[in-house]
Each structure stands twice: as structure tokens, then as C-alpha cells.
Design a protein. Structure first.
Length: 143
């Protein structure tokens, strides 16, 4: 059981569909998780081997990236517009998670850069600073 595992996550606000493939491409597990940190970490704690994980860029991507990065060996946040294979065939959360795991196993995903938390925080602070400055300038013109 201590082999490489490829994990595809189809992430939504309330739930995450999970598909786990082994190194031969055989589906070893499927699950639906609640989108809560404790539930997700508990699931990953139960997995053994070298863990490679992927999910698509979305509203929860930065949070999930920061949550999973210390617990997995490889983490790829992919661009949903570049995954043409996801558009083929039937569409469901379960199928999407499985296709993401297969694409990860075949190294066919286009990654999206997710920097370290400190860089993201600095970017948010700079944007907030600029927004406040713009707001104050606009108010000054109105007076």
C-alpha cells in the first residue's frame, strides 16, 4: 500500500469529490468530503505512500493550497480552461475528480502559480493600501 497515489479533487463550496489512483492507474478510492479543514486533513492523514494531488483553480484554491501543501509530496493547482480532456464525455463531480487524477498521473496538467502565503499576504496588503488611498483621494475631491 506504500506506493505513489494520484489524487484528483473536484472542489466546491460545500463538498469535495475525491478520486485516488495508484501508480498503475487503478482507482483505489472515491469519496466525498465536507469542505472543512479538519475533515480534509483527517482524510489525507489516512493515506499512505507518496501523495500527488491536483485540483482546479477556483475560489477555494488558495486556502486549499495552503492547507494541503505541508501534507503532500506534490501539489498542482491547474488551470480549468487548459484541461480540454475534462470537457469530453459525461460530466459529474465524481468523473471530474477521476479525470483530474488521471491527468495528474499522465503529467498532462497546466499548473497555475500559487506563491507562498507571505507573498500572497503582501500582495493583499498592497492592494488594500492602494484601494484606501484611492478612496481617500475620491473623498477629498468631493469635499
Amino acid at each position: 500500500m506504500d506506493c505513489e497515489k494520484y489524487i484528483g479533487l473536484d472542489v466546491h463550496q460545500a463538498t469535495i469529490s475525491v478520486a485516488v489512483l495508484d501508480s498503475t492507474g487503478k482507482l483505489v478510492m472515491e469519496s466525498i468530503l465536507e469542505t472543512k479543514a479538519a475533515t480534509i486533513l483527517q482524510f489525507f492523514a489516512g493515506l499512505r505512500g507518496t501523495l500527488s494531488v491536483t485540483f482546479e483553480e477556483g475560489t477555494c484554491a488558495a486556502w486549499l493550497y495552503d492547507l494541503l501543501k505541508p501534507h503532500v509530496d506534490k501539489l498542482v493547482v491547474c488551470n480549468p480552461r487548459k484541461n480540454a480532456l475534462l470537457k469530453d464525455g459525461n460530466k459529474s463531480d465524481r468523473i471530474d475528480a477521476r479525470k483530474l487524477a488521471e491527468l495528474l498521473r499522465g503529467n498532462q496538467l497546466k499548473p497555475v502559480y500559487h506563491g507562498e502565503t507571505g507573498v500572497r499576504m503582501l500582495r493583499e496588503l498592497a492592494r488594500s493600501y492602494l484601494t484606501i488611498g484611492d478612496s481617500l483621494r475620491r473623498k477629498g475631491r468631493l469635499l
